[in-house]
Design a protein around this ligand. Structure first.
Ligand code: BGC
Length: 269
């Protein structure tokens, strides 16, 4: 246990699996009380398991169901968290999904589902968080910043992705959402940054790592030659939420084993 986030309340959306679960564990280990958001009743057992692991390790937290793409559900989750814990200090806008399709075959439903969760979900949660930060004002006893928002973006806010135009579009848009918020609220000491993961071993990209052949092919994209783990992202999220990163706002931080240095150019070009 460390104490970097001691006394702070952190909401992590989409925390019942994958990167979100990793971030929740890392933040709890750093002393935060974590709110493990999950989207629907079917993911409740997974959310409960993440909470149990955190509590068994001496951490603190709660679970909270809400579909981040629904305005009333997001408002209710924030109200519940404020009622239970007094305020919110950190939002990790993590919930995200893929609905992959060739562009000429992509349905409006596939498009809307991805934009609804990945982009509108980040808008709705960030808006509630900023409203709460403004209402509450500074809390110097826990942090120099009045509030911190971390947006989970992707290497695909930079790297175009054929067959995933909806997903790449959502991540490109998150860059502008994040930077606009950093610009708009910097003078109120609200810091907003993005984490841009590369290939992290989670359910969202199972086809890319579940067989040795797939993993080998993935390695041709990763100079550092290993797939990332949720803990890698958790470590960065704790740093970005802590006062150690107090002068960082409006930044997209890539954490990708070098995926964005375009390994193909090592021998081509
Ligand atoms: C996607 C993964 C993919 C990774 C690298 C992530 O944002 O969700 O499916 O493996 O980017 O391409």
């Amino acid at each position: 246990m460390s104490t970097e986030l001691q006394g702070q309340i952190a909401i992590i959306t989409g925390a019942s699996s994958g990167i979100g679960a990793g971030v929740a564990k890392s933040m709890a280990q750093a002393g935060a009380t974590v709110v493990i958001n999950y989207p629907s009743p079917s993911s409740q057992p997974a959310a409960d398991a993440v909470l149990k692991e955190i509590i068994d390790a001496g951490g603190k937290g709660m679970t909270a169901q809400c579909d981040v793409s629904k305005e009333d559900e997001v408002a209710r989750m924030f109200a519940d968290v404020v009622a239970a814990h007094g305020t919110v200090d950190i939002l990790v806008n993590n919930a995200g999904l893929q609905r992959d399709a060739k562009f000429h075959e992509m349905t409006l439903d596939q498009w809307n589902t991805v934009i609804g969760v990945n982009l509108t979900g980040q808008f709705l949660c960030a808006r509630e968080a900023i409203r709460e930060f403004l209402r509450r004002g500074p809390r110097p006893e826990v942090s120099v910043a009045t509030g911190k928002i971390i947006c989970m973006s992707s290497v695909h806010e930079l790297i175009p992705w054929a067959g995933h135009a909806n997903y790449a579009s959502s991540k490109g848009a998150i860059k502008m959402l994040m930077q606009s918020l950093a610009q708009e609220y910097g003078d109120r000491q609200i810091r907003v940054n993005s984490i841009c993961p590369g290939a992290i071993q989670t359910p969202i990209n199972k086809p890319a790592w579940e067989t040795p052949q797939a993993l080998n092919s993935l390695m041709t994209l990763i100079p550092y030659n290993r797939i990332g783990q949720p803990q890698d992202i958790g470590n960065l999220a704790v740093f970005l939420a802590s006062d150690k990163s107090d002068y960082i706002t409006g930044a997209s931080i890539f954490i990708d084993g070098g995926m964005t240095v375009f390994e193909g150019f090592a021998t081509g070009g």
